[in-house]
Design a protein around this ligand. Structure first.
Ligand SMILES: [Fe+2]
Ligand SMILES: [Fe+2]
Length: 309
C-alpha cells in the first residue's frame, strides 16, 4: 500500500460547484452563432504562428484557425478515453459513497457533453473554412491504445490533461491582452474550462483512490504507462503538424519549399508539445500528485517534460 499526500478535495464541494454550471451545447454553438473567420481563434501563446518567418499576416491567421480546429479536435479525442476511464471507475467503487458516485457520473456526463460540443464545432468549422482540414484519428483507435494501459497510468494522463486545460484558459485565453480573438471560440473554451475545474479535482481524488490499492511496483508500472501514453501522444501531435501544413497549403494555394516546410514543422511541433505535453507535466498540482505518488517516478516525468518546453 502506498500513502500519498495530495490536496484535499471533497465530493460535496465539487458537486456544489458542478451544479452552478448549467450550459448546454446548443447555448454555445448553433447556426445563429457562426465562427468569425476574420479573427484568430487561439491566443498566440498557444498557437505560436507569429514567429514563422515564411508566412505573411493572412497565412498566419489561417494557420491560427487550423490550430483552433485541431485544438478542439484533440480535446475531443482525449475525452473519448477519459469517458470510459471514469465510467469504469464508477463501477469499481460501488455505491457506498453515494456523493462520489454522483460526482463521477456528473464528470462522465460532462465529458459526453464536451465530445458533443467539439463535434458541433468541427461541423461549424468545416462549413465556414475555405478548404478541408485533416485531423488525426480515428478516436476509437487512440482510445483503444490508451485504455490497454493500467487505470492509474490512464488516470495520470487524464489528470495532466485536466490541469493543462486550466492552465491554458487562465494563463492564455482569459487575459489575451491585445489579441482580438473570435468571441465564439473563446466562449467555447471558457465554458469547457468551467467544467474542467471540477474534473481536475475529481481526477486527483481518483488517482488517490486507485493508488491506495497498489504497491510500489504497481505504482512504478503506472508511471511507465503514463510515459508510454505521453510518447504515443507526442507522435500523434507530430502527425497533426504534418496534416496542418498540408491544410495550410490547400487553404493558401501555396506549395512550401523544403526549407519553409521545415521551419513551420519545427516551430509548430514545439508549440504542440508545449501546449499539450509540457504544460500538463509541469502544472504545480499535477507535480504535487506525482511527487506524493512516487518521487523517482516524478524525476523521470520531469526529465521528459524538459524536452517539451
Ligand atoms: Fe472536457
Ligand atoms: Fe475533463
Amino acid at each position: 500500500m502506498t500513502a500519498i499526500t495530495i490536496p484535499k478535495y471533497s465530493y460535496s464541494s465539487i458537486l456544489n460547484d458542478a451544479a452552478k454550471i448549467t450550459w448546454q451545447v446548443q447555448d454555445l454553438i448553433s447556426p445563429d452563432q457562426p465562427l468569425d473567420f476574420t479573427k484568430p481563434f487561439l491566443p498566440e501563446a498557444i498557437a505560436h504562428v507569429q514567429v514563422i518567418a515564411c508566412l505573411d499576416a493572412d497565412e498566419k491567421l489561417t494557420l491560427n484557425q487550423i490550430r483552433g480546429n485541431s485544438y478542439l479536435h484533440l480535446f475531443g479525442l482525449v475525452e473519448e478515453f477519459i469517458l470510459p476511464l471514469v465510467v469504469n471507475h464508477v463501477q469499481s467503487i460501488g455505491h457506498e459513497n453515494i456523493e462520489a458516485t454522483e460526482a463521477y457520473l456528473c464528470f462522465a456526463e460532462e465529458e459526453s457533453k464536451h465530445i458533443h460540443l467539439f463535434r458541433q464545432f468541427a461541423a461549424a468549422f468545416e462549413a465556414g473554412f475555405e478548404s478541408r482540414c485533416e485531423v488525426i484519428g480515428p478516436a476509437k483507435a487512440i482510445a483503444d491504445f490508451v485504455l490497454q494501459h493500467s487505470p492509474l497510468g490512464v488516470a495520470l494522463v487524464t489528470l495532466h490533461i485536466e490541469w493543462m486545460t486550466q492552465r491554458h484558459f487562465l494563463d492564455s485565453v482569459r487575459n489575451h491582452q491585445g489579441e482580438q480573438l473570435d468571441p465564439q471560440f473563446c466562449s467555447l473554451l471558457k465554458h469547457h474550462w468551467q467544467e474542467e475545474a471540477q474534473h481536475a479535482r475529481l481526477d486527483t481524488l481518483m488517482v488517490e483512490e486507485v493508488a491506495k490499492t497498489l504497491d510500489s511496483p504497481a505504482i512504478s508500472a503506472a508511471i511507465d504507462d503514463y510515459i508510454a501514453i505521453i510518447q504515443y501522444l507526442n507522435q500523434g501531435l507530430k502527425a497533426q503538424v504534418q496534416l496542418d501544413i498540408t491544410s495550410l497549403e490547400q487553404a493558401t494555394g501555396r506549395t512550401f519549399s523544403v526549407a519553409e516546410r521545415d521551419e513551420i514543422r519545427q516551430i509548430q511541433e514545439l508549440s504542440y508539445q508545449k501546449a499539450f505535453l509540457g504544460s500538463g507535466m509541469s502544472h504545480p498540482n499535477f507535480v504535487k500528485t506525482v511527487q506524493a505518488l512516487s518521487p523517482t517516478g516524478y524525476a523521470r516525468i520531469a526529465a521528459l517534460a524538459t524536452t517539451f518546453s
